[in-house]
Write a protein that binds this ligand. Structure first.
Ligand SMILES: [Zn+2]
Ligand SMILES: [Zn+2]
Length: 328
């Protein structure tokens, strides 16, 4: 099958990649649309030790199982089901998990993928492919609400105006919280302002240690240090960036101010799909460009540009053929 494969040096499109092996309990999915994520870019730069088909954000059509013939999205973590953490009900933290396009399992920049049937979520008819493909990052935003209780109308500081910061801000607003996003890109801050969300340039923000909750989505090593300047004593920092580097960071304020740091990763995709179906979150303004699978390496480069928010890869071409590109 056609697939965009990382061989340890470069991402390239090949026509003869083996179709995914479908194990017991798994379903083959024909991919329609995929999204490029920061993690894919990190893999291509060699930060992780993954080889194989790239990508984990997708919407496709299930070819078997109880969702056969329906459009589906899928949880990326594939647990073993038998280790201590799986038995304790923490399958996303399974000690022997494979992760779609990230760890031990071919990803979604390909004609087909395989996932356990239990990982698949049917996409409501009201949700278009271009929206459903956001289910995975949107679920990561929804996860925050499973870890932190918000107070109605309270102001929450969101650090970072990228893909995740944008989604987190919209999700918080849907929950009746007032997000203020602090970011670096005038274009990305303008998108937030256009949606009626408070957006402030980093240079103009005045950290005053007043926020009870700070959500850190900067994707940058100094995000935690920045969050410490915004959070109030006894407050909560939700850490979403996996690149946080505490080397040289003075953690004393964490102790003195009794701040809680909550690490937060993947979330509930069903809840994310419901938010999309209810139109509580708008993702169309976040699509930077759409490429075909043949152009996947170009899509990865486009996603790495500072002005990019979400780059999509159309695997199953439109009836008219080719990709519909919407440069911004
Ligand atoms: Zn992702
Ligand atoms: Zn396990």
């Amino acid at each position: 099958m056609k697939a965009c494969v990382f061989d340890g040096r470069a991402a390239r499109v090949v026509l003869d990649h083996p179709e995914p092996e479908v194990r017991a309990g798994e379903v083959r999915v024909r991919v329609r649309l995929a999204g490029v994520c920061r993690t894919d870019l990190e893999i291509v730069k060699g930060y992780m030790n993954f080889r194989g088909v790239l990508g984990h954000e997708f919407v496709g059509v299930a070819e078997g199982g109880r969702h056969a013939g329906r459009r589906v999205v899928g949880d990326i973590n594939c647990p073993c089901g038998t280790c201590d953490l799986c038995r304790e009900g923490l399958p996303t933290h399974c000690r022997r998990r494979t992760v779609l396009g990230i760890q031990g399992r071919d990803g979604v920049f390909a004609e087909f993928l395989a996932l356990p049937e239990a990982n698949l979520h049917p996409v409501p008819d009201a949700v278009a492919d271009e929206e459903a493909v956001f289910a995975e990052p949107l679920a990561a935003a929804v996860q925050i609400g499973r870890q932190v209780e918000f107070r109605p109308g309270e102001e929450v500081v969101v650090l970072g105006d990228g893909r995740l910061g944008q989604l987190v801000a919209q999700v918080l607003r849907a929950w009746g919280v007032r997000p203020t996003v602090v970011g670096r890109s005038p274009a990305k801050l303008a998108i937030l302002a256009g949606l009626g969300i408070a957006a402030v340039a980093e240079g103009e923000a005045r950290p005053s240690a007043e926020a009870r909750v700070v959500v850190e989505c900067t994707g940058s090593p100094d995000g935690l240090a920045m969050a410490l300047k915004f959070v109030r004593p006894r407050g909560i920092i939700v850490l979403k960036s996996t690149v946080a580097d505490t080397a040289g960071l003075n953690l004393a304020p964490l102790v003195v101010n009794e701040v809680t740091v909550v690490g937060s990763r993947c979330g509930p995709m069903g809840a994310a799909l419901e938010m999309l179906a209810r139109r509580e979150v708008q993702v169309a303004p976040l699509v930077t460009a759409v490429y075909t699978l043949d152009e996947a390496p170009e899509a990865l480069r486009a996603a790495d540009r500072p002005d990019a928010i979400k780059v999509l890869i159309r695997v199953e071409p439109y009836a008219s053929g080719g990709a519909q590109r919407r440069p911004r």
